[in-house]
Design a protein around this ligand. Structure first.
Ligand SMILES: Nc1ncnc2c1ncn2[C@@H]1O[C@H](COP(=O)(O)OP(=O)(O)OP(=O)(O)O)[C@@H](O)[C@H]1O
Ligand SMILES: [Mg+2]
Length: 706
């Protein structure tokens, strides 16, 4: 067959040499001028066709898949023919070009009419009057096939030496043009990918000279949305970076910069920056060395991630952990104190009872009593803060509570403060302890009063809000849902950030000694948390304070008055009427020896038959050996081994007639465990007076079976 690889003659005539070098210059000139590839290839073809009468040129480009030939340039071939060839798959018998690309060899077909390689394309070629076709692969510098360069004639013909030289030159030139074009395309797509990343990650990307005052060469457009400066504004002043860093964080940033300059290791720093609207943004900044084009000077290329939200959550977690720890401590202290106070109180009462009514020492005992009461109210606040207090939650109407408290408030806040109450018309219910809720409102109002010594406005408002999932205000401790909101705002002194950060801590106060205990807001915090609510504070120094408390909304039920008054702790010791007694049998279980003995003795003096046990195990043992009935069990709620509730449960299964009175002073482990069932349970919160003990013992014993 007339097909084959032809040896290329290296003999070049001076005339052809000059023509080739001219052609080369033209093509390279076009490449340099960034002329589009199809145009360059067309010029190449046209130049050759001009020089050789009857010669027709075609350049096909091989797709990156390495299988498909695409139209490149063929200025003189019939368009219809070019269109038909476009998309041909390379293969062992695909005309001259498909075969040349397939074998990566020159294929010379001198007569299309007879050559078997053209079997599938013969009719097409002949119908356009094409008879000879010599095709040569165009290769890249690293020998990859980029396409084919073909010469057609309209009569059977084989190439002469000049043709072969021409082919060598043209494939080289076409190769350079195609490779250059592909490199450009690759660069473009790499740049697009890089730009896409750099401009769309939620972070600021930058390239800057080393040093805190180094000039910035590039900053990505996100700087506008994150910091509020346009890239041009930012790049204009090399001092922008350092100047916008929070003064407290400059040292960190500078140290990281210094370390980077010395070691060229990863630059890493977290710092705050001021945005154009003066808001503070937290960044994590990470940078790597970047060698400048000259190969010497070093730049830094890095990313500044906005981690403000992350920091906020971190703070929140840290804060609640701290409050939890302080709460545990406060609860523990309160418990021990309560036990001590009970002992003091009990012995004080006994002393009093021994004195004649006119004894002047009674006055001293009354002072002790007063001090005990004040101390008891402190421990109660501590327990409230630690969320370990006994709660009697009810479904409340916040407006009703507010109305009640307001009556008291008018007197409390004085004349120079204007009190404005704005109750919401249709307000849902809140599940909380009514006494505690009043305490919350009072504490907040008193704080506002103290913040407005020159007078001002105190606004108490109720409302309802819907927090949806994803709401900026709803976070870990603020699940979405419907909330009843109590807002207390004042036009007082306001607080700086440092005060706000610590305001809920127990014993944190900015008031002079003797003025504030620092337990007001700690109590509020505990009560609100225990009711599954949460608090938001908005305050600026000199601009007043707004505190919003969110309680989960519950369905309202008609209010029922229950007999809680009798059980509420800390009533004046000297209560009316003689102390009631009885002759029933009482089992007293209490792990604190001092209290145990005191209660036992006191009940005995009131006429009861008393059995004492120091814990649940001992109580069960004693009860099983006791033939007589036990009319009443008086037991501490929290004891080692068997708790009060469990003990009552076990004893009652054997003695269903037995009544129970619980005592509580110990911070319980679970919030729900602290809730008292008003209908069935009686609880005395420590410290309580012996007088009160006697009244409650009588009351429980006299209670009818329901
Ligand atoms: N409405 C407010 N305006 C300005 N500062 C406030 C306001 N509420 C609280 N504070 C600040 O928070 C601190 C703590 O308040 P908190 O109620 O816990 O304690 P206190 O008022 O100092 O003492 P206590 O309430 O025990 O008498 C206050 O000392 C005060 O600095
Ligand atoms: Mg206060």
């Amino acid at each position: 067959m007339a097909t084959g690889v032809q040896p290329v003659s290296t003999k070049e005539t001076p005339e052809s040499l000059e023509a080739f070098s001219l052609l080369g210059e033209t093509v390279l000139g076009l490449i340099r001028a960034q002329t589009p590839l199809p145009e360059i290839l067309t010029v190449l073809c046209t130049q050759i066709e001009k020089r050789y009468a009857g010669l027709l040129c075609s350049i096909l480009l091989l797709d990156i898949d390495g299988k498909t030939l695409r139209h490149g340039a063929a200025p003189s071939l019939p368009e219809e023919y070019s269109r038909a060839i476009d998309g041909a798959q390379v293969g062992p018998n695909v005309g001259s070009c498909g075969t040349a690309a397939y074998y990566n060899q020159q294929v010379v077909v001198t007569d299309i009419a007879t050559d078997p390689l053209w079997a599938d394309f013969r009719l097409l070629a002949l119908s356009h009057g094409l008879r000879a076709c010599w095709s040569t692969p165009i290769a890249s510098l690293d020998s990859k096939i980029l396409g084919t360069f073909a010469i057609y004639y309209r009569e059977p013909r084989s190439p002469d030496a000049e043709h072969l030289q021409l082919i060598v030159h043209c494939t080289q030139l076409a190769g350079i043009a195609i490779e250059h074009d592909r490199a450009k395309a690759q660069l473009r797509s790499a740049e697009t990918r890089y730009r896409n990343l750099v401009e769309r990650v939620p972070a600021i990307t930058y390239i800057a000279e080393l040093g805190a005052e180094g000039r910035w060469h590039y900053v990505s457009p996100q700087i506008e949305t994150i910091l509020g400066y346009s890239p041009a504004e930012w790049l204009a002043n090399p001092m922008n970076w350092l100047n916008h860093i929070h003064p407290e964080d400059r040292e960190i940033a500078l140290a990281a910069e210094k370390h980077f300059i010395e070691t060229h290791e990863l630059f890493q720093a977290e710092y705050r920056m001021f945005a154009s609207d003066s808001s503070v943004i937290w960044f994590r900044d990470e940078g790597v060395p970047l060698v400048k084009a000259d190969g010497h000077a070093l730049l830094m290329q890095g990313l500044m991630y906005d981690i403000t939200e992350h920091k906020r959550l971190e703070d929140q977690v840290r804060h609640s952990q701290k409050m939890e720890a302080v709460g545990q401590l406060a609860g523990g202290v309160a418990h021990d104190f309560n036990n001590l106070l009970m002992v003091i109180q009990g012995h004080n009462e006994r002393l009093r009872d021994r004195l004649a009514p006119a004894d002047p020492a009674r006055k001293d005992l009354a002072e002790i009593e007063n001090a005990v009461n004040r101390a008891a109210s402190l421990t109660r606040q501590l327990l409230a803060f630690s969320r370990k207090q006994v709660l009697r939650p009810k479904v409340l109407d916040l407006n009703t509570v507010l109305t009640e408290v307001t009556k008291m408030l008018r007197r409390l806040i004085g004349d120079n403060i204007e009190l404005i109450v704005i109750p919401s018309a249709l307000l849902g219910g809140v599940k909380a302890d009514p006494g505690q809720m009043e305490q919350v409102i009072l504490n907040l109002a008193v704080n506002s009063r103290d913040a407005m010594p020159q007078g001002g406005k105190l606004i108490l408002e109720t409302s309802e809000v819907d927090l949806e999932a994803g709401d900026a205000r709803s976070g870990e401790d603020t699940p979405p849902g419907r909330y009843v909101v109590l807002t207390v705002s004042d036009t007082g002194s306001g607080m700086d950030a440092a005060t706000q950060a610590r305001m809920f801590e127990p014993f944190f106060t900015t008031k002079p000694p003797g003025k504030g205990t620092g337990l007001g807001l700690a109590t509020v915090y505990g009560v609100v948390k225990q009711s599954d609510g949460w608090i938001r504070v908005e305050s600026k120094l000199g601009r007043g304070t707004t505190i919003k408390i969110h309680f989960p909304k519950v369905e309202k039920v008609p209010a029922v008055r229950t007999q809680t008054e009798e059980l509420l702790p800390v009533k004046p010791l000297a209560s009316a009427g003689p102390v009631p007694g009885g002759t029933e049998s009482v089992l007293v279980v209490e792990d604190q020896e001092g209290i145990r003995n005191m209660i036992g003795e006191s009940l005995r003096r009131n006429g009861y038959r008393v059995v004492i046990a120091e814990d649940g195990d001992q109580a069960l043992q004693m009860a099983s050996g006791l033939a007589d009935p036990i009319d009443l069990l008086v037991t501490d709620l929290m004891m080692p081994n068997i708790g009060g509730r469990e003990l009552a449960h076990q004893l009652m299964s054997l003695r269903p007639q037995m009544k129970v009175l619980f005592m509580s002073g110990y911070p319980e482990q679970t919030v729900s465990g602290n809730e008292i069932n008003e209908e069935t349970e009686a609880v005395l919160q420590k410290p309580f007076s012996l007088d009160k003990l006697a009244r409650n013992v009588r009351r429980v014993l006299d209670k009818r079976e329901s």
